[in-house]
Design a protein around this ligand. Structure first.
Ligand SMILES: Cc1cc2nc3c(=O)[nH]c(=O)nc-3n(C[C@H](O)[C@H](O)[C@H](O)COP(=O)(O)O)c2cc1C
Length: 326
């Protein structure tokens, strides 16, 4: 039941990835996802000892005993040190090799890192948001793709990029590698829909932000405010990595008003600084909150184990309902 090719490839009980949620330290969340049978993901963090931090994070995930991955955005200056830290952790460590199975790159060309990742016998999945980028990533040697529709939280192609429903099957029809669907997936129905489109699993960012194990970086006050959000309550705003989908609170409305007047990212530095501080302080209305449209379908904050149990139950109900169609 729900056992797909990705479960065999990466040693998972469930075909569910935790999306990277950088720049936060997602180690606690990744441990919970890994333990519950999904793929926990170490996210990019920026610090003074990226190499050491990566090794420490890998060690914690190895201790948890499941499968996990590590993400870095290609353009991040930390990428090379992070990759070195991860690969060094594997040296002569059989348990680490059984746990760390995959590197997920995003936001840039995967070419630079592919050789090192493949030489370490790791899978290399790249996050793409267009058919063209998907084909380029496969040509560059990626062994799989995370195909992300415009509903996604965080970095998006543009305010009007292709949605999951159109992009995911369009990519699957053109490539011959496993595809994980991302962007708007929050429940069991969504998982079955992704499998119906030809994906071998889903990756969720927004839904995992709304779990208890995310509280190290997702303040409960912000999660409580987001529970009331609707599917239309996000907006795409400029950020250092390009267009970013955020919750549309008063902070984002102010950014949009200033962008409409012609202000650039550099002009918005004061607001960006305020947004980061407000997020850390749990001030929901003034915080920068990258989040996807799927937040409108999240009605509670739960533990990762409860969430994954619910997703499995919802997927079973959906399959039963479909079987009754004859
Ligand atoms: C707060 C936040 C931070 C994110 N940071 C990263 C990141 O550092 N690297 C990355 O590849 N994707 C990042 N993403 C995208 C997620 O990994 C995931 O692909 C996306 O959230 C999937 O869409 P969903 O939000 O509809 O589930 C982020 C998303 C959010 C909401």
């Amino acid at each position: 039941m729900l056992h797909t090719a990705i479960c065999d490839l990466l040693g998972l009980r469930l075909p569910i990835f935790q999306g990277a949620l950088g720049p936060h330290d997602t180690t606690d969340l990744a441990v919970a996802v890994s333990r519950a049978g999904g793929l926990g993901m170490i996210s990019s963090i920026h610090g003074t000892d990226v190499y050491g931090d990566t090794k420490r994070q890998v060690a914690r995930l190895v201790e948890a005993g499941g499968s996990f991955g590590i993400n870095f955005p290609v353009k991040s200056p930390d990428g090379p040190a992070r990759l070195r830290g991860a690969l060094d952790s594997l040296a002569k460590n059989e348990r680490a090799r059984r746990g760390l199975r995959i590197v997920v790159t995003s936001a840039g060309s995967p070419t630079v890192f592919n050789k090192d990742i493949r030489a370490a016998h790791l899978h290399h999945f790249h996050v793409v948001a267009t058919v063209e980028h998907a084909m380029k990533a496969v040509d560059a040697g990626c062994t799989g793709l995370i195909v992300e529709g415009n509903e996604s939280g965080g970095h998006v192609l543009s305010a009007v990029g292709p949605t999951s429903m159109t992009l995911i099957p369009a990519v699957i029809e053109r490539v011959d590698v496993p595809v994980i669907a991302a962007g708007g997936f929050v429940d069991g129905k969504g998982l079955i829909a992704a499998l119906a489109l030809g994906a071998v699993g889903i990756s969720m960012g927004t839904r995992f932000y709304m779990t208890r194990e995310a509280n190290g970086f997702a303040p409960p006050k912000i999660q409580a405010a987001l529970v009331k959000a609707g599917v239309g309550d996000t907006a795409v705003v400029p950020s250092v990595f390009g267009p970013n989908r955020h919750w549309r609170n008063s902070h984002v409305n102010e950014i949009l008003a200033r962008v409409a007047k012609g202000e650039t990212l550099a002009d918005l530095a004061d607001l960006k600084k305020e947004g980061a501080a407000a997020h850390a302080a749990g001030n929901a209305d003034r915080a920068t909150v990258p989040i996807g449209m799927g937040v409108g379908r999240v009605d509670s904050v739960r533990s990762v184990a409860e969430l994954l149990d619910d997703i499995v139950a919802g997927a079973r109900q959906t399959l039963d309902a479909l079987a009754r169609l004859g």
